[in-house]
Design a protein around this ligand. Structure first.
Ligand SMILES: Nc1ncnc2c1ncn2[C@@H]1O[C@H](COP(=O)(O)OP(=O)(O)OP(=O)(O)O)[C@@H](O)[C@H]1O
Ligand SMILES: Cc1ncsc1CCO
Ligand SMILES: [Mg+2]
Length: 274
């Protein structure tokens, strides 16, 4: 039973990856300085087209051209917040999906408020680690140790459901199991390797990949999100077979994502309903 369900999800994930490769969705990324390189390379190796354009002076021209918008508050500063809000407002007005990565949401009052304000602008998907999702659901500060999670993803399942219900977004929590919920249904993806936590910005990169998958099928954001997380995890598992540590895993993960074939995706994806 579980095997059949996993294979069905595997086939779905392969369809999403194939669509990203054939459509090459254009993804506007307003993201942190740490993650820009890994995020752009992740999107490119998956077949999408990244563009790190963040000036509010160009969003009115550029956002209408994109297939999805990705917002990440990792290195937030005062003048970037209005740029993020402007781009999300444009995306919403044009019915384009947009995805939020609430990095270190509970680390400061400024960041928590910024994330909650962005969430009021109706993201399609929010993907964070367990501590970030708990901080948002409780709207509590201080509640995270910087950008790394101090909770397991299983600790954040109820918080994810509650955030999905209050925001209307699909919410994903990453970790040993990646959980995805629309507030009603919940699925878990058991892909990836622990060493992925030792590479900075793998979370940021997978959130961008979610934006690319959702861009190909905005009306099924939950399925696209779970598929993106699982596919990234499969790439991590294959990359780990030849990696010697975090630095080589970073390289091999990107290579594996680029080289994924139908058999690897269908047999590797481990998504099941919870
Ligand atoms: N213990 C684990 N086992 C397998 N995969 C994991 C594990 N922990 C994290 N991952 C995977 O690593 C990736 C990054 O998730 P993580 O929860 O570390 O994000 P994050 O804390 O937001 O990262 P960052 O802020 O550095 O971008 C995800 O694809 C996730 O599935
Ligand atoms: C380390 C770090 N600091 C701000 S953003 C970021 C990348 C991982 O989220
Ligand atoms: Mg993160």
């Amino acid at each position: 039973m579980e095997d059949g369900e996993e294979r069905e999800w595997g086939a779905k994930a392969w369809t999403y990856l194939s669509s990203v490769r054939s459509l090459s969705p254009l993804i506007q990324c307003i993201t942190n300085f740490v993650s820009m390189d890994l995020t752009a390379n992740t999107l490119l190796s998956a077949g999408a087209s990244p563009a790190m354009l963040h000036s509010p002076n160009e969003s009115p021209d550029f956002t209408p051209q994109v297939n999805a918008l990705y917002i990440n508050v990792g290195t937030l500063s005062d003048n970037w917040l209005p740029a993020m809000e402007l781009a999300t407002q444009l995306a919403s007005k044009l019915n384009k999906p947009w995805v939020l990565d609430p990095v270190a949401a509970g680390a400061s009052r400024f960041r928590l408020k910024a994330c909650l304000d962005l969430i009021s602008l109706k993201p399609t998907v929010i993907r964070g680690n367990a501590s970030e999702i708990i901080a948002l659901a409780k709207a509590s500060f201080p509640s995270t140790k910087g950008v790394d999670s101090s909770h397991d993803s299983t600790d954040a399942v109820e918080a994810a459901k509650s955030l999905a219900n209050s925001s209307g977004a699909v919410v994903a929590v990453s970790g040993a199991v990646d959980f995805v919920t629309d507030g009603n249904r919940i699925v878990g993806a058991r892909n990836g390797v622990p060493m992925m936590q030792k590479i900075t910005a793998t979370g940021c990169a997978v959130t961008a990949l979610i934006a690319a998958f959702v861009a190909t099928d905005p009306s099924h954001a939950m399925e696209a999100t779970a598929s993106a997380l699982a596919v990234f995890g499969v790439a991590g598992e294959l990359g780990m077979e030849t990696a010697r540590g975090p630095a080589s895993l970073r390289t091999h993960l990107i290579d594996s994502l680029h080289g994924l074939d139908q058999t690897a995706v269908i047999s590797g994806v481990k998504i099941t309903a919870i």
